[in-house]
Design a binder for this molecule. Structure first.
Ligand code: ZN
Length: 144
């Protein structure tokens, strides 16, 4: 069964048996590992480098970008790990995979050449309710 959420674990080395639903992150190896979130059991390793994946830890959850496309597994699943949520993406055709890899490379090169960091895609932005809550809190503090 495909998952909607995942937890993360910072580890020195990956365990022999990866637990389902856990994204293991090893800073020593600069790599993350998990069992494919479609439930097929395949082990997925994502290496962090300017040319591969990058991760973001906000103190509560880990996000990985860009998306993870398991083209080499029979399931061909494709998803984005976004702050503890698995965002399922379309399966790609072989041509699209090739094109995606090329686009990805170009994007990474541009990205790498241009600081500051490019903004994340719109769906990773915090829910709109958040600023409202903060604004109310600020007003409440000001009223004290
Ligand atoms: Zn799978």
């Amino acid at each position: 069964m495909s998952r909607a959420t995942y937890a993360h674990k910072f580890v020195k080395a990956f365990p022999d048996n990866l637990e389902e639903g856990i994204l293991y992150v090893s800073m020593e190896f600069g790599t993350a590992a998990h069992r494919c979130f479609c439930g097929c059991g395949s082990e997925v390793y994502t290496r962090f480098s300017p040319r591969d994946w990058s991760m973001k830890f906000n103190g509560e959850s880990v996000s990985v970008s860009p998306s993870i496309g398991n083209w080499s597994f029979p399931c061909q699943s494709h998803y984005i790990l976004d702050g503890g949520r698995v965002r399922w993406a379309d399966k790609w055709s072989r041509e699209r995979v090739e094109l995606g890899r090329r686009v990805d490379r170009d994007r990474k090169e541009r990205h790498y050449n241009s600081a500051p960091q490019a903004p994340l895609s719109p769906q990773t932005i915090e829910p709109a309710s958040r600023p409202g809550i903060i604004a109310r809190l600020v007003r409440w503090l000001a009223a004290k």
